[in-house]
Design a protein around this ligand. Sequence first.
Ligand code: TXA
Ligand code: MG
Length: 357
Amino acid sequence: MATRILKVDPRRPDPDALAEAGAVIRRGGLVAFPTETVYGLGASALDPEAVRRIFAAKGRPADNPLIVHVADAQDLDRVVREVPAVARELMARFWPGPLSLALPRRPEVPDAVTAGLPTVGVRMPDHPVALGLIRAAGVPIAAPSANLSGRPSPTRAEHVLEDLDGRVDLILDGGETGVGLESTFVDLTARPPVLCRPGGITLAQLAEVLGEVRVDPAVLGKEPQGPPRSPGQKYAHYAPRAPVVLVEGPLSRVQERIRSLIAEEAARGRRVGVLASAESRGLYPAPVVVEVGSRSDLARVAANLFAALRSLDAQGADIILAEGFPEEGIGLAIMNRLRKAAGQVVRVGGEGEVPWG
Ligand code: TXA
Ligand code: MG
């Protein structure tokens, strides 16, 4: 299949472009589209054949469920059996926005979407192109991130094309996404609710509405006990082609360790790439250094992270050394993605050194 690309104004997308994309969805095709988090690979959430095409295009394991995107709260009735009061509170506060909720599913939702789970993940994206597409299609849209399974999520249309050229019918190119990391995912069918994946809505924001929130151990990179709550958490993820070594700890120790790792890896003949904050980029004598932004602006770091990992690949790094970031606010999401991208995590400073991963 030839992939068509339509450029759209992210703020006021052309209705004709949305109508064309909506028609592709209605006839069972795949459309990649920008959201405020990352680009999604969309299909009609009520068409099992179309949903299967998503899995085939991404090479995604069938046991990893998809998030269903709606443009209006009433659309939830088509996929969700009941919306508890606490969900309504979260929706009133954070929708449209980067928050996905697991709620009891309706039987009409194809098993392919939920991977057979009794719940369905839903969210209302905060992006005129995404909302316009869902309305033009007239159906809720199931959409994972529009990358090949295991690769960093796309924050630009070019990333989608890099991974899925010829595997998607149409890409709506609305420029760069905003948040840069996928939505926060909360399972509201558990007591207390469980944070399955951190994202743009922070744990502190959730706690303001929910009170107690349990953080799934997988979020923190710990081995889960029993089957993972959110199946996506068990797969290697967000990974560039080059292996990533994440170095965590107090900044000066991290910088020192990365400098010595650069020397070691260069001595082995490797082309070393470093993922650095603005504060330390000048300290690393490596052939490829990509800056993700300042430690004082973690939202910027989040927005740049996936593009930075792709750029390290594009510049031919054989190994990537990445600085860790503080786990405050959106930093929890940044570290979750970095840990999942990393084949190896090195902790320096504090209570001694614990390599793991
Ligand atoms: O920001 C986002 O959420 C983006 C944009 C496109 O909306 N989408 C996204 O989808 O990141 P995806 O498929 O890459 O990640 C969905 C995550 C997976 O980890 C999956 O396991 C989890 O959500 N998930 C989906 N439905 C679930 C359910 N019913 N219960 C638990 N986890 C679920
Ligand atoms: Mg994904």
